[in-house]
Design a protein around this ligand. Structure first.
Ligand SMILES: Nc1ncnc2c1ncn2[C@@H]1O[C@H](COP(=O)(O)OP(=O)(O)O)[C@@H](O)[C@H]1O
Ligand SMILES: [Mg+2]
Length: 367
């Protein structure tokens, strides 16, 4: 059993920076929770407070139901993997992994057993005699994880562990960490600014901006039902289109009217928009929910818009189009067989079932 809970936790540094503001969330036993947000939003600070490396200004942190506010880091039964790995350069891989256990006066045979078992899990048995400088980035990363595994902690904390790896290795390590999570049945708190890492690995994502939690949810919910414009724009690539619009009453129901197009609101969303009729809103639609009409499943005059192709970016598996529609530049992720050409008009079909609407003042999601 290993559950971590933060209740109304604040961190105000001596220089007055409010790094974490009123954070409340639970990491359930065996859960993989990702703290996601841009650089400087307070992720590392949160992790360090859980580890006990940073004092908390206000609030309570529980591990397995016990308040740990004043418990020393070494007594919290937590292992942290840092962004820069922090391996000892003069020690071998074996010694690096054994070091923490030696400090804790584990018997030699037990240390040997644990180091070899961790090395086997991570596929680094053949590297145990090497020094860190004789390792690739990915191998060093594994050693850093190994050092945490041998401690057999209640909770693993990871601070952007993949950010120093090249893109291909990141994809591979992502899958490995996910497997490791299942295998160890570990409770993990993982920090990243990379939304793909969060989406692919997390059971639960905590989205943070400027020290404030914006939304907590599983990846599916965070993607499909973002709570506000920030979450909507942070998850997904290319990011969601945000277009200034008005909700108007027209033929057959409600419509979204922008400077360059008019599309029909699906019936099931009409009630939610009742307070916004004739008002300004921010209309949101993801690039992957916009189709080249030639490849669209159900084009109708009510969901089709026309614009002028500004830029075509073929990526092989898909093509990104930047299309000028009225005053707006709209990004669409379309079928790579598109005939779209720069400077020419194109008809695009919006999957209006997947539309979003945000209040322009509060930026909260209305739909
Ligand atoms: N030791 C410190 N003293 C003062 N301010 C700090 C300290 N560490 C971090 N900060 C500030 O706290 C905020 C959050 O930092 P951090 O938790 O490192 O963010 P992240 O890990 O999300 O990039 C930033 O504004 C940062 O400059
Ligand atoms: Mg950080």
């Amino acid at each position: 059993m290993a559950e971590v809970r933060l209740e109304h936790v604040w961190k105000i540094y001596d220089n007055g920076v409010e790094a974490v503001k009123d954070a409340t969330f639970t990491v359930e036993d065996k859960e993989f929770v990702v703290l996601l947000g841009p650089s400087g939003c307070g992720k590392t600070t949160t992790l360090r407070m859980i580890a006990g490396l940073e004092e908390i200004t206000k609030g309570t942190i529980y591990i397995d139901g016990k308040v740990v506010n004043d418990v020393e880091p070494k007594d919290r039964d937590i292992a942290m993997v840092f962004q820069n790995y922090a391996l000892y350069p003069h020690m071998t891989v074996y010694e690096n992994m054994a070091f923490g256990l030696r400090l804790r006066k584990f018997p030699k045979a037990e240390i040997d057993k644990r180091v070899k078992e961790a090395a086997r899990i991570l596929g680094i048995e053949n590297l145990l005699d090497r020094k860190p400088r004789q390792l690739s980035g990915g191998q060093r990363q594994r050693v850093a994880v190994g050092r945490a595994i041998v401690r057999n902690p209640k909770v693993f904390l990871f601070d952007e562990p993949l950010s120093n790896l090249d893109a291909k290795l990141r994809v591979q390590m992502r899958a490995e960490l996910k497997k490791l999570h299942h295998r160890l049945e570990a409770t993990i708190v993982y920090v990243t600014h990379d939304q793909v890492e969060a989406m692919t690995m997390a059971n639960k994502i905590v989205v943070i901006k400027d020290g404030v939690i914006q939304q907590i949810g599983d990846p599916h919910t965070i993607y499909n039902k973002p709570a506000n414009k920030f979450v909507a724009g942070f998850i997904g690539s290319p990011p969601m289109n945000f277009i200034n619009a008005k909700i108007i009453r027209g033929e057959g129901g409600l419509w979204v009217q922008t400077s360059g197009f008019k599309v029909k609101v699906p019936k099931e969303y009409e009630d939610a928009l009742a307070d916004y009729i004739d008002k300004d809103v921010t209309f949101g639609i993801r690039p992957e929910n916009i189709y080249d009409k030639m490849f669209a499943y159900a084009p109708t005059p009510e969901n089709t818009i026309t614009g002028m192709v500004d830029v075509v970016e073929p990526l092989g598996s898909e093509t990104i189009l930047h299309v000028k529609v009225g005053d707006d530049l709209i990004t669409a992720k379309v079928d790579p067989k598109t005939k779209a050409q720069e400077g020419q008009n194109i008809d695009l079909v919006l999957d209006m079932e997947r539309m979003h609407v945000f209040d322009p003042e509060t930026e909260k999601a209305v739909i």
